[in-house]
Design a protein around this ligand. Structure first.
Ligand code: GUN
Length: 296
């Protein structure tokens, strides 16, 4: 079997065009653009790169972005002040606090201070709690797992009743991913660095979401024939053959996996472009909600 390679760029670009039209309609109705506020503290190069990409994508779609770029020595009070300012700004509809924060800053406390109406990353403890509870719906769900759900739906994967295995348990991807799959009626197993029999568990999986951050870690022979794989991993590895000296690979060994599974995402160009798209989608939802509430 040769797998379908899922191209996130194609799906993301289509959605971004719709978002741009929506942002235009918003501007015509209210006289100004939807706004995203970004807080970046520290000098983590990956975070700086994410933030640049988010700003560029917003600009292209007609979403205004305002950034608070702070040093790695920023204090709790300084990060709190940046969030408070964005909370109060009537032209800001969504707030993104880029993670990880510097270690002297208490992440939980910062995320708790983001206005629920503007929590477009879905990381406020109340939104995460509602995501985990039956019969409750959070206002916003985290961008990366939401992008994975969109990709699964786009390729027509059956989620209800499927055995889904999430590899990794991070607060940003693995945990909310597992909660979203439970809400979608999958049978969900979470495996991680301490799991003893990972290949045996993966062999039962109809859907695999790989988010463990280890290059080419999951091998084709661990996977169930015909399964669907969403690879969230974006790992930089040395590549003397490339001009730059490195390349990006996923958590799944694509070469061996593509002969086993029915569909698998590209890395790069799979989940990555979807993450930013879902953030913009959430920002539009926040913008309409906030403005419509002002009319009442
Ligand atoms: N760091 C890595 N991914 C993300 C993300 O999706 N949102 C935020 N806020 N921080 C991140």
């Amino acid at each position: 079997m040769t797998a379908t390679i899922i191209d996130g760029n194609v799906i993301a670009n289509r959605m971004r065009e719709e978002i741009a039209q929506d942002a235009q309609r918003f501007k015509e109705q209210y006289g100004y653009s939807p706004g995203l506020g970004v807080v970046l503290a520290g000098d983590n190069p990956a975070s700086q790169q994410y933030v640049r990409m988010k700003q560029n994508a917003c600009k292209k779609a007609g979403i205004e972005s305002v950034s608070h770029i702070m040093t790695k020595d920023s204090t709790q009070a300084e990060v709190e002040a940046a969030v408070a300012q964005l909370n109060q700004d009537p032209k800001i509809h969504g707030i993104l606090v880029q993670l990880p924060l510097p270690q002297q800053v208490d992440e939980e406390s910062i995320l708790r201070q983001v206005s629920l109406d503007k929590d477009v990353d879905g990381f406020h403890p109340i939104n995460i709690g509602m995501l985990g509870m039956k019969g409750r719906d959070p206002l916003f769900t985290p961008a990366t797992p939401t992008g994975c759900m969109v990709l699964l739906n786009e390729i027509g994967a059956t989620i209800e009743g499927a055995n889904a295995v999430v590899v990794g348990r991070s607060n940003i991807v693995g945990l909310p991913m597992a909660l979203m799959l439970i809400k979608a009626n999958a049978t969900v197993t979470v495996v991680h660095s301490r799991t003893k029999n990972m290949p045996d568990i993966l062999k039962q999986a109809d859907i695999v979401i790989a988010a463990i951050g280890k290059p080419n870690f999951i091998k084709g022979h661990w996977l169930k024939p015909g399964s669907v794989v969403i690879d969230v991993g974006t790992n930089r590895v040395d590549d003397p053959e490339s001009e730059k000296g490195y390349k990006w690979v996923g958590d799944v060994d694509l070469e061996s996996a593509q002969n086993v599974v029915s569909a698998i995402t590209k890395v790069p160009g799979g989940v990555g472009p979807m993450t930013i798209t879902m953030l913009m989608h959430n920002t539009m939802k926040a913008a309409w909600r906030i403005e419509q509430a002002k009319q009442r």
